[in-house]
Every structure is written in C-alpha cells, then in structure tokens.
Ligand binder design. Structure first.
Ligand SMILES: [Zn+2]
Length: 264
C-alpha cells in the first residue's frame, strides 16, 4: 500500500505572505512554516480539525514569526524549530538548529536537512527534504523567490550569491516553497534583464492566469527557476556583459543593486 500523501497548503497572510501548512489525511497533526499570523493558522486548524504539532521558522522577521506566541498558547506542546543564530530574536523556540542538522517530523515520517543560507538575514535557514510525496522539497523563506531573491537586509551580495548557489545544486525537480507571492513583480524585472528569454515570457502568461484566478504561483520548481530567475543565471556571458562584469559574483552584485532600484 502506498503511504498517504502529505498535503501542502499555502495560507495567504498580510499583503503577500504564504504560511505553508503540512497535513496528512490519516493524521491529526499540523506543521506550519513561518506563521507570521496566528489567526489564519487557527482557522485552517479548525476547518481541517488538526492539532498544531510543529512550527518551522526560517528567519526572525515579524511577518514570519509574529503568530508563534498565540499559537503556543493554544498548543503549548507544539515544537518551535528555528535558526540557532537568530534564537535571541525569535520568541519561544524549543529547538535551535544549525547548518547540516536534521529536523525529524516524526508525525509525518519526514526528515528535513537544515541549510544555512545567509543574505536576507544573517541566520536565515532553509529546510530541505529529498522526499516529500516522492519529490524533493525546499522551504526557503525569503532567500530564493520565484524569478527573484530576497533583499539584503543583513548580509552581503557575496553571502546571498553563495546561498543561492548552494540551493541551485539541489535536484532540478525540487519544489520551491518560498514565503511571498512576489512572482509577477519579479518577472517584470526578469523580463527587463533578459527581454529575449522565451521561458520568462511564457512564465508571465502562466502566472498571470493563476493570479487572475486568485491562485498561488507557487511552489515553483528549481528547473523553472534556472530558466527564468536572473539571480540564478549570472554565470551566463550575456548577463555578465550586460552588467560589464567579468565574474559571476560581480554580475550578481550589480543585478541585486539594480533590482533594488527597479520600478515596473
Ligand atoms: Zn524576511
């Protein structure tokens, strides 16, 4: 008999955040990633009749962590797992993790590997598993977005570039669960950077249709990101020439600075 599949549901919060929820039909457990808002999680738990068992945190920003306290009041036994490097800035962590640690979600029989990917914040981590419903999956917070990457609030362009390079060697079929619906805005920039990139043009049409129907454009796939995301394409000579750069890092730094100034 096939094991029951996990369901991965994005809950929309605030302007454009997603809180990813993991559930399984044969279990009453609920795992959430980056619950910035407790109310939407509470509604989801009531609706699906689940009990919160674990919270995974990628970094300390309020829109990823503000719901923790209220959720812990309702479910005091829920585990709260987050980056050791940011432990002082995140309330109620019950387990701090470092690069390379394994997080075991025994409620679902899933194991995540922790990847330290600084840049957006200095302690930012991602959770990677080679097997989530037979597919690799990455919960990467505000580091890799579809067609973009996170702003550098704390880290350097070198750190972010290295972090993205680390993610880009994961299997091509990896599903990318990032924490914001920024895809269309990011694609506008990607199009300005690479006007002739057919994959970008096609992805705009696909994502516009999804958004017109109020559907998320996520998860993305790593293979798709390698084709459309300029921040994963700085090794290409055309892109380096555009930024008068002779190295991948220099092109990345110029690209990140241009994105900060970009108005679509
Ligand atoms: Zn953030």
């Amino acid at each position: 008999m096939q094991p029951e599949k996990l369901t991965i549901t994005p809950l929309a919060a605030f302007q454009d955040n997603y809180i990813w929820c993991l559930t399984k039909p044969d279990s009453d457990a609920l795992v959430v990633v980056d619950p910035g808002d407790a109310d939407v999680v509470l509604q989801f738990a009531r609706h699906t009749q689940k009990q919160l068992s674990s919270i995974l945190i990628t970094h300390h920003h309020w829109d990823h962590t503000d719901g923790i306290a209220a959720l812990k009041q309702l479910w005091p036994h829920a585990r709260v797992i987050g980056p050791a490097y940011e432990a002082e800035r995140i309330n109620s962590l019950t387990q701090t993790v470092h690069d390379g640690d394994i997080v075991e979600l025994s409620e679902f029989g899933v194991r995540f590997k922790v990847l330290h990917i600084p840049g957006h914040t200095l302690g930012h981590i991602a959770y990677y598993t080679a097997l989530l419903n037979q597919t690799p999956a990455l919960f990467c917070g505000d580091t890799l977005f579809s067609a973009g990457c996170g702003r550098l609030f704390e880290g350097s362009p070198e750190q972010m570039h290295q972090s993205l390079q680390r993610l880009s060697v994961l299997p091509d079929e990896t599903h990318i669960y990032c924490a914001h619906e920024y895809t269309l805005a990011n694609l506008a920039f990607a199009r300005a950077v690479e006007p002739d990139n057919q994959a970008v043009i096609e992805h705009v049409t696909k994502c516009q249709q999804l958004r017109d129907n109020q559907l998320p454009t996520l998860p993305s796939k790593l293979a798709t990101e390698k084709a459309i995301n300029p921040f994963l394409r700085c090794h290409l000579p055309d892109l380096q020439r555009k930024y008068a750069s002779t190295t991948e890092q220099a092109a990345f730094t110029a690209l990140r600075a241009e994105k900060d100034r970009f108005k679509s």
